[in-house]
Write a protein that binds this ligand. Structure first.
Ligand SMILES: Nc1ncnc2c1ncn2[C@@H]1O[C@H](COP(=O)(O)OP(=O)(O)O)[C@@H](O)[C@H]1O
Ligand SMILES: [Mg+2]
Length: 237
């Protein structure tokens, strides 16, 4: 039976290096292990890295090639068995404005996706690429990832205001909590910036270790503090 509602989750941040890719991958895998039908898309052509993180070394068709060459998305979908998810990897490339025909192709392909969750890892910045379709079966939600470093909080506050102005739902995830002795505490962030925090992810050595092993942290150890918090986010989505 076709899926009636697709949760389209964009993982966003104005700054790079805050943990967007880490959160997108681990959340996708946590949902996959909960039995959800998940597609993870690498939407960061500036730093396409999901193939690296998931140890995908065989040749693949990237999301950029699928869209620009107007190929079916099904040709680009790879099964990532260990994570129990499907993936469309990306390729480092410049972004071009899509032609009318390419946009139409992308919309048609997006509308035919049959997943409960489509998670998109995006480029830093406000104009993060997203799969936009007007099909009401897509429920959009942005997950903003921030570190406790005050300038990063300040810039993500601007992103929050923009999403608010456009009536787009979002949640804030505070990542790498505890890494920086001068970082803000979650309660300070809420009080001083009026930002509600959905979940706090700790600084955890499992993250750099998992990257060195090209295996998501959630698969290395489900019981790490980081993985438990990721599972909590996945359960609430
Ligand atoms: N919770 C965490 N604990 C420890 N290190 C982390 C954590 N989250 C991210 N990192 C580190 O931060 C770096 C950037 O993470 P990444 O997910 O690639 O960020 P982004 O996609 O926002 O650029 C990586 O080297 C990763 O090891
Ligand atoms: Mg990234």
């Amino acid at each position: 039976m076709a899926i009636e509602q697709i949760h389209a989750i964009n993982v966003l941040s104005i700054k790079g290096g805050v943990g967007k890719t880490t959160v997108a991958i681990n959340l996708a895998v946590a949902l996959g292990h909960m039995g959800r039908k998940v597609l993870l898309i690498d939407g960061d052509p500036a730093n396409a890295s999901i193939a690296y993180h998931l140890h995908i070394d065989e040749p693949f068709i990237s999301i950029e090639e699928a869209v620009l060459e107007m190929r079916p998305l099904s040709e680009a979908i790879i099964r990532y068995k260990e994570g129990k998810i499907d993936v469309i990897p990306g390729m480092e490339s410049q972004t071009y404005p899509l032609s009318g025909a390419q946009t139409e192709h992308l919309q048609k392909e997006a509308n035919s996706l049959d997943y409960e969750y489509v998670i998109v890892d995006t480029s830093p910045g406000i104009m993060a690429p997203q799969i936009i379709t007007t099909d009401p079966k897509f429920l959009y939600h942005s997950l903003i990832v921030s570190t406790p470093y005050e300038p990063t909080i300040k810039s993500n506050k601007k992103l929050i205001e923009l999403l608010d102005e456009n009536g787009m739902p979002y949640s804030m995830i505070l990542n790498r909590n505890g890494a920086d002795p001068y970082g803000m505490s979650p309660s300070q962030i809420t009080k001083e910036y009026d930002i509600e925090i959905l979940q706090v992810l700790p600084e955890d050595e499992i993250v750099p270790r998992s990257i060195s092993k090209r295996t998501p942290a959630f698969l290395l150890n489900k019981n790490s503090e980081f993985s438990k918090k990721i599972a909590a986010i996945a359960k609430g989505l």
